[in-house]
Unconditional design. Structure first.
Length: 101
């Protein structure tokens, strides 16, 4: 086995592992970080195929820009505290429902 074959199997297994970790994590921030790791593994696979331009674009566009944007949006949403997203049931809501019917 050549070095490229061993590197291919190592990076491919890391990509599969990071994809599985991405979809099984309950914390969305950790899921995004595993997705970024998956994008880096994909860029290395592009390098093994001697497609340097696609590998650089993969890092710059996807891991560099789009995933950072996703990470900022998830962190700004503050998904850890989901109880604040729900409305509190108070008497005003019930009065409005009674008068609307």
């Amino acid at each position: 086995m050549t070095f490229e074959t061993i590197l291919f199997f190592f990076i491919a297994s890391a990509a599969i592992g990071s994809a599985l970790m991405m979809i099984t994590r309950p914390n969305p921030v950790k899921g995004v970080l595993f997705l970024i790791l998956n994008f880096f593994c994909l860029a290395v696979l592009y390098l093994l195929l001697q497609a340097q331009f696609i590998a650089v674009i993969q890092i710059l566009v996807y891991a560099g820009a789009i995933m950072v944007l996703f990470l900022f949006v998830i962190m700004l949403l503050n998904l850890e505290d989901e109880t604040t997203l729900r409305e509190k049931k108070n008497y005003k809501k019930y009065v409005a429902m009674a008068f609307s019917g």
